[in-house]
Structure formats: structure tokens, C-alpha cells
Design a protein around this ligand. Sequence first.
Ligand SMILES: [Zn+2]
Length: 268
Amino acid sequence: MSAGVDASTLALPIFDHHVHLDDPLLTLPGQLDFQWRDAAAAGLCGAVTAGYGPERDADAIAALAPGRPLWRAVGLHPWWLAAAADDEARHAGLRQLERQLSGPGVVALGEVGLDGLRKQALPIAEQRRWMARALGMARAFDLPVVLHVVRAIGHALEELRACPPPGGVVHRFGGPAELAPALCALGLAVSLDPSWLRRPDKLAAVVHATPPGRLLVESDWPLDDRPWSAALQEVQALVAAIAALRGEPVAAMAARLVEDAQACYRLG
Ligand SMILES: [Zn+2]
């Protein structure tokens, strides 16, 4: 947490555009209802639950509820691809993904992307082939993409330039700041999570390198085994830090970040 910001008193509106409400951690009956209410009291004004793999589709659909401002992305996460038994299973997953794109609440395709850090991942050349297929599908369905890119940003940029998607976001962008303009030039946003508060110099660099309108914030909840409202308090502290770096009032910055996230997913 950055010094001098008491996030608990901020109560800023947050559109949490990257969460996993289909996470197997959320298994207790009523758990999601409670977490949503608690998060809404802390400032949550909407969310997009990101896709991991076809098996979780039913749980993601179950998270939709009347009057709840929640939308969905469906994808084939690089970790899902790595865990799949073989290429036949991966192709079957891709076909399922294509069907799920027209499911309820779907506004984006993802997570898809590349992971160069995880030991069990597929070789990067193979990951690139799956990413290319997903990007082609995003274009065919005219959907923004939710990208997971870890230690493979050069490879990702090559795929994105070969098949530019119709917008989207690099979620939990890890830097370096110099890469943000290249991603934004492709029509993408970069999304920061609160861990950037522990790297204030780097946060300043990425905020200044990213054009307004192309910077988003997210919690990636239920990461880190804590209530959603607690994760949101850190996101609010991040919003305050971004506002300070941009020299803008905190409330105006929070409102703009909500609009920018909604625009990224083409929500009215
Ligand atoms: Zn995620």
C-alpha cells in the first residue's frame, strides 16, 4: 500500500473489469452473493468475470443475476492449454469456446495469451499458435480480447501485429513501462493491479507512458484469499495514486476509469 493513502476512507467507484467469479474457491452456497454485496458497499459498480476454460462456463453463467452489473469473457487461458491432455483436447476446447462466445453476458474473448514463466506451460511457439487462433476468432466475432501475457511480451506483440484484435486489454500488465505505448498503438488498454503500489517509481513511469483512456485498474479477485471488498480498497488506493501522478482530482479520475473500463468492453 502506498504511503499516505488511507484506502478504507476512499469509497471510490470501481468497475472491476478483471475478476474470476467462476473460481473453484467460491464454492460455498451464498458466498458470491455475500461478496458482491460487501464489494458493492465498498464501491464496486460493475465487473467482468474473465474466462479460464470451457468447464467453468456454467459457474460463470450462474454468477449472472438480475440487476447485477456483471458481464463475462470466455477464453482458453494459457494454463488451461498447458493442463489439457493433448492437442485433440485443446482443439475441442477451442470449438467449445467458439460456441460459448454467443452465451449470456459475453462481451469479450479471454483470457488468452502467452505465459513464459510457468514451468508447466507449453513451448512458446505452440502457445503462439493457440493465441493466433484465438485472435482470429476475436476478429471473426468482433470481440475485444482479454490478454494474459507473462514474460512473453515480444512474442505477444508479434502475434498482435499479425492479427490485430478489435480492441481489448492486457490484464495485470507487468511492465516495463516502455511497452505500454506499443500495446496502446494496437488499440489495446493496459490494466494495472494494486501490486504496482509497491513499485512507486515504476508506477509513475507506466502512468506517464500510457495515454489517458488506455489505462485500467483491476483486482483479479479472488486472488490472495481475502474479501473482494479488501481487494477493492487496494484498487482504490491505486486509483488515488494514479490521480496524484496525473495531477487530477481523485473522484474525477475514479469516474473516468469506470468509463474507460466500460468503453473497453463496449458497455453503454
Ligand atoms: Zn485473471
